[in-house]
Design a protein around this ligand. Sequence first.
Ligand SMILES: [Zn+2]
Length: 189
Amino acid sequence: MAKKVSVDVDAPILWPMCCARCGVNEGLTSSRVSIGSVRSVGPSPFGVQITSTMAMLDYPVCHAHATGLGFAGIVTRRTLLFRFLRGFIYFIAILGVPVFLMMAARAVGVASTPHNAQPSPMVFIAMFAAGIAAAAYLVHAFRALPVRLVGQSSDTVTIRFGNDAYAVKFIAQNRKSLREVPWWKKFVV
Ligand SMILES: [Zn+2]
């Protein structure tokens, strides 16, 4: 079970000095996670003004586990744009899976090819293949990230830890900065 911890956004965070993934304490580097949210939408002299904030945290990981985390941290961001892109990718992948299953079934002769069937245009095949590959990558990225920012209120960020032992150390070191976030506050954008 992954642990979730909410901390005060303005408080200094003390990261346990070991890899957030495997716990080794040598050869550490840092990786960044971020979360963005729209804080307010209101009228302004220039039309509508949208205030958004981006919270960013750098946490320690060993070199072996740092590989690819920067990119994984970006594509798993909880911002509107990335949520939309991820939704689009999953949609394409879900459409693509039956297409490939059908092609495979026809290739091995389980399903027969209708006489008047047109071969699917390569561009669609390529798009479905790319969608499935991207969706598989996203699943991998979410699993690989040892630290993710999964929530934000006006004064807290919620951190999700993949490694329980690391979460326990983090909680012990940051007692003063921990916040209980009431459920209603999580709706504050
Ligand atoms: Zn590591």
